[in-house]
Design a protein around this ligand. Structure first.
Ligand code: COS
Length: 404
């Protein structure tokens, strides 16, 4: 849903100008230093980028999903590290509060997240629980008006910068699965919360991850999201539904950039007396990339509109994340191929993007997990349909069409 087309075009236009004139020229320095310059972070704050998806009543831009993905297409034209810094405040770091938080929790944190004064982080993954998120072992034991947290979270994006963590921990050890998990808001600096050293990653330099370690970390009970024990896994899954759609949008922005670089190179590079873009085998790689990119873009826009219309988009979000992240991997691979030897040299952006985009097939749920979710949802629908009478089958079919 687009609320005001003119306002949105103005926003997209200013983000596009900012990305192309300020972020793109800084990409290679960010990759070398592994730091985003403070002046650029200030500019991102000023543009309102940290609060794009936070409701207006808390100082954010309150973008709808369709508006958000359209802005993300622009943002992701530059290195993914820039989007990663604002990504947690708009997505996995704030959505738990927005979707399931109490009024007091919203009031306390959302305005500071929207302004970018506070960076948010989402701590679900652990050393022994990645894809099987419900197997997490971090414990939260109630003691008077507090919970005592113990455990380790791994690969936590923006943890080194974070002021607030959404932490999934087990409050009921008698339940091994999802129902024993609760979500907490833990402030950086709380005694008993420590950070590991920054991870040394394959790509996305400038975007930081590290372990977050809890050792007898006392968290006030009012920091339990929604004030409800046992609801934390569902909160995390709802957050990831949106997160996966946002990542798919990032894949599209990145693929547009990579394809544009590949096309520019193919038009410039001469071999056998003419630009390599004149050769059909090169043209085929460019055309395949464009077609797949268009398909992914259409999927993401459709899913975003459905979410705005209030539909359950778990399946669509997984379809988008699966297709778009695999698509950008293929586009980056072809771009390196088109660049030839130059594609293997760090001077060219495609070498960096090739490594950067590899992460999209892994985080916020691997490609294999997305396939599992898609199949699970489809099987639920089919089994429901099989057990109904003909009349109710018709109703279910109608519901399924609306839901699927
Ligand atoms: N929205 C709301 N509720 C959801 C949900 C969603 N998208 N997905 C699952 N749930 C609910 C289920 O309905 C179920 O509730 P009930 O027990 O009341 O029926 C509960 O959550 C448990 O669901 P399920 O049994 O499907 O959980 P599983 O342990 O089988 O795990 C997957 C499901 C694999 C989908 C989950 O573990 C997952 O997403 N793994 C990947 C984690 C990930 O993305 N990590 C990235 C780190 S964050 S950057």
């Amino acid at each position: 849903m687009i609320r005001d087309a003119q306002v949105l075009e103005l926003l997209i236009d200013s983000v596009r100008r900012f990305v192309r004139t300020r972020l793109v020229p800084a990409e290679s320095a960010v990759a070398q230093t592994d730091e985003i310059p403070a002046a650029l972070v200030d500019d991102m704050r000023e543009l309102g980028l940290f609060g794009m998806c936070i409701p207006e009543e808390y100082g954010g831009l309150g973008l709808t999903m369709e508006e958000e993905v359209r802005v993300t297409f622009e943002l992701a034209w530059a290195s993914p590290a820039f989007r990663s810094l604002i990504g947690t405040n708009n997505g996995i770091g704030s959505q738990g509060i927005i979707i399931d938080g109490t009024a007091a929790q919203k009031e306390k944190y959302l305005p500071r997240l929207a302004s970018g004064e506070l960076i948010a982080s989402f701590a679900l993954t652990e050393p022994d629980s990645g894809s099987d998120a419900a197997a997490l072992r971090t414990r939260a034991v109630r003691e008077g008006d507090s919970y005592i947290l113990n455990g380790t979270k791994r690969y936590i994006t923006n943890a080194p910068e974070a002021g607030i963590f959404t932490v999934m921990a087990r409050t009921d050890p008698s339940i091994k699965g999802a129902a024993g998990i609760s979500a907490f808001l833990v402030e950086a600096g709380t005694p008993g919360l420590a950070l590991g050293k920054r991870d040394s990653k394959m790509g996305q330099k400038g975007a930081h991850t590290c372990d977050v370690i809890f050792q007898n970390c006392r968290v006030p009970a009012e920091q339990l999201i929604g004030g409800k024990e046992g609801a934390g896994f569902k909160t995390a899954m709802k957050v990831l539904d949106k997160g996966r759609l946002s990542i798919a949008a990032v894949c599209i922005g990145a693929a547009e950039r990579i394809l544009s670089d590949a096309l520019a190179f193919a038009l410039e590079r001469q071999q056998f007396g003419k630009p390599i873009a004149d050769f059909q085998l090169i043209q085929a790689m460019l055309a395949d990339s464009k077609a797949e990119l268009y398909a992914a873009r259409s999927m993401v826009l459709d899913a975003a509109r459905r979410r705005d219309a209030g539909e359950n988009i778990s399946t669509e979000a997984s379809c988008c994340k699966l297709f778009a992240s695999e698509m950008v991997g293929r586009v980056a691979d072809r771009a390196v191929q088109i660049h030839g030897g130059a594609g293997y040299i760090a001077e060219y952006a495609v070498e960096r993007f090739y490594r950067d985009v590899r992460l999209f097939r892994i985080y916020e749920g691997t490609t294999q997990i997305q396939k599992m979710i898609i199949l699970m949802m489809t099987m639920i629908l089919i089994s429901k349909m099989k057990t109904r009478t003909r009349r109710t089958r018709k109703t279910t079919m109608m519901k399924a069409t609306a839901w699927a």
